[in-house]
Design a protein around this ligand. Structure first.
Ligand SMILES: [Zn+2]
Ligand SMILES: [Zn+2]
Length: 207
């Protein structure tokens, strides 16, 4: 599997570009800003992007959607319950003039859905708490955890207009993520990667 991580936007969001070495098909997760950098990485990796998946609808994960979609012609996928978060411009206000209204989603995801391209697939795990429709994406030995679980930390649940809920967030992490294999590599929406085992043992918000 090809896996590229780009830190974009003033929020230091991790945008992931993943793909199959054999089919050269790829997926972009959370194009948070700096479309040109993301698109250059896609071209340099020689990938044909088949879908853009949002772990949730906050602007720091979506600001480059319009340009990335325009160049790749890939459909945008988001959990059903975060379409409203995608539409709200509140975080855009903090991002200033650089904020662009995101295009509407093309595919709505629900828990258990499988997004597949030639070469691999990702399973959707609905993990509400950071926002109503936050999801994590589970692949072969890897988990893209959005703003639900970070290395040594967890997502905020106090962002307005997204239906955040702290108890629900903890429940999502405990019941849906910490039950996964310890060896699974976790690639979060911000900050360095980690593993399920390391977070289960050492995350101060979960012990
Ligand atoms: Zn967020
Ligand atoms: Zn974020």
């Amino acid at each position: 599997m090809i896996l590229k991580s780009l830190e974009v936007s003033s929020f230091a969001t991790n945008c992931y570009i993943i793909g199959s070495e054999t089919s050269r098909q790829g997926i972009i997760i959370d194009p948070g800003d700096e479309a040109e950098r993301i698109l250059k990485e896609v071209r340099d990796s020689d990938l044909d992007i088949k879908i853009i998946i949002l772990t949730h609808g906050h602007s720091d994960h979506t600001a480059a959607l319009k340009e990335v979609k325009a160049e790749t012609a890939a459909p945008i996928a988001i959990h059903t319950e975060d379409v409203s978060t995608l539409k709200q411009k509140l975080l855009g206000v903090f991002m200033g003039a650089g904020f662009k209204s995101p295009p509407p989603p093309d595919r709505l995801l629900n828990d258990g859905d499988v997004v597949s391209i030639s070469g691999f697939e990702l399973t959707v795990i609905h993990t509400p708490g950071h926002s109503r429709g936050s999801i994590c994406l589970l692949g072969d030995g890897v988990l893209f955890s959005g703003d639900t679980l970070f290395n040594g930390s967890i997502g905020r649940s106090d962002l307005p207009g997204s239906g955040g809920n702290h108890e629900q967030l903890i429940e999502s992490i405990r019941n849906r993520l910490l039950v996964l294999d310890d060896a699974i590599k976790v690639y979060p929406g911000h900050g360095p990667d980690t593993t399920i085992g390391a977070e289960r043992r050492g995350n101060p918000f979960l012990v």
